[in-house]
Design a protein around this ligand. Sequence first.
Ligand code: DQA
Length: 168
Amino acid sequence: MPASAGSVVQGMTVRRRDAVNRTVFILNGPNLNLLGQREPETYGRTTLADIEAACREKAAALGLAVDFRQKNGEGELVSDIHDAISARAGGIIINAGAYTHTSIAVHDALRAFPGRIIEVHLSNTFARESFRHHSHISPVADGIIAGLGMQGYLLALQAMASLFEEAA
Ligand code: DQA
């Protein structure tokens, strides 16, 4: 039997479908709590609460559970990734804010996460200052979505559900 079809334990076929934990941690980094008031010409008027509500609605429609968080501290964001590892979450969607461009600690924590990772940015970081062109998250991400505002989070959830189906 090919490995992808599952394994046989005491005569029963254990399908990998059962092993995919459909909980997705949606992690937000520094200053994203200020969305709606912060640089609206770049980030729009949508608040983080709006994004959370839209994500919860989308996740429910996709049969995903969501743990939605925002932290300003680098260590706190690392701890949230550790929580996703402990919870055996199937995926992390992360907008690490400015830590995207600076944090090897966040990179290392994500590297320790065995599930799927999607990096999201509200703005198109490649159309902005050059210091935003490098990401420490991208090398450990399955995919990247930037420049589509809140829609990027919802597309990431959609993609996460598809990745889970592929793995099943
Ligand atoms: C951001 C882009 C980062 O460069 C910036 O530091 C942010 C937000 C985005 O969502 O577009 O805080 O991650």
